[in-house]
Write a protein that binds this ligand. Sequence first.
Ligand SMILES: [Zn+2]
Length: 224
Amino acid sequence: MGTKGGLCWICKANKATSGEHAIKKSDIKLAFPEKQRLYFHTAEKKNIYIQGSNSVWLKPLKICPDCNNKRLQPYDKAWDAFSKNCLDQRTTETPASLWRKLPTKAQQQIRLFLLIKLGCITKRLQHDKLRGHTSNVKNILDQMSNGILTEKLPRSFYAEFLPPAPGLQTPNLEVLNKKNTNICMAVASGYNLPWVSIKVAFAVHTSAGLLNWMQTVHVSDLSS
Ligand SMILES: [Zn+2]
């Protein structure tokens, strides 16, 4: 399953040995402030009991320690601040209205945070959900990596707020794959907390057909 060895998909320089939380530890702590028993749901399993916010169940995504500890810090911080703000103000403001008040730089950092999560999930599930699409997966991860390293969001990244739902869910991966069209492939996932829920998607190529699919999965809003 590629748990050992393998290069970090972001920098492609160091070994991917650092466990990246699918849902941020800070978000888990916000959701369960008083050491309540924490159960998690994934697509395959329900009610997994979690010992603590460092449990391996919450860390299925691997990158290198350098990217995890240094490169991603500003994006993580921007997300933390936004997430906490969404939680604190959830009775009076929607995440979308709080988003519109953010400075452009913070918005860009949050988009990159979401792009990294989607990239990690794509990488993690490539042998499962994306079997047989090696070149498209490589293309997607290369574009994402390039976007993160240059701090420029790729054009074919989409994100949108969804109505938040109770509970924590590990993100699933949706795959669009149309043979015989020039759309080729797109992947979508989500970052879902009880107080803010965002759907993110990334396509190999943009085209009219892809935009139709994006509309059916309601993805468009947060994109620049
Ligand atoms: Zn790295």
